[in-house]
Design a protein around this ligand. Structure first.
Ligand SMILES: [Zn+2]
Length: 155
């Protein structure tokens, strides 16, 4: 018996995306790939995930074309994986909306102007979209800020 419903052929785009992305471990693995952790052991350490669970999720993410294996270098985000960036930003935004004073350790800023970004994919100051090239994350757990374009595990 499958663990959950299969929405991979859903015509609702939210249900279709949920089929690929609505798994907490997959979201955290994506966060770490954007942060530059590409190797299996680095992903395991950064997320605290069990080895078997990580292996299963990476296999699933490869089948869904979110990541691809890079021989000797671990895993890399594909174009489809990179397209999940606004999804991660929407999760971060949701946490800030429901608990504005929470202990949030990740901040999204615009690389062009340096202002904090509150939308999932738009810098209000620049009045332009933000994407992998123009996003800077400040992660307390990683000791500071970094431009995703310079750090992310990309193909
Ligand atoms: Zn900006």
């Amino acid at each position: 018996m499958p663990l959950r419903s299969d929405w991979s052929s859903a015509t609702c785009p939210i249900a279709h995306a949920a089929d690929a992305l609505a798994d907490p471990w997959i979201l955290l693995i994506l966060r770490e790939l954007f942060s530059g952790h590409a190797r299996f052991d680095a992903l395991r350490t950064a997320t605290g995930i069990a080895e078997s669970v990580l292996a299963r999720r990476l296999r699933l993410m490869t089948e869904q074309r979110l990541v691809e294996r890079a021989d000797g270098e671990g895993y890399r985000l594909t174009d489809q994986g990179i397209a999940t960036l606004p999804v991660l930003h929407a999760y971060a935004r949701f946490s800030r909306v429901v608990d504005p004073d929470g202990p949030w350790g990740l901040t999204v800023t615009c690389r062009r102007c340096g202002d904090e970004v509150v939308s999932a994919d738009w810098c209000a100051t620049c009045a332009r979209p933000i994407d992998i090239e123009t996003t800077v994350w400040r992660r307390r757990s990683m000791g500071g800020s970094f431009a995703l374009a310079e750090r992310a595990a990309l193909r």
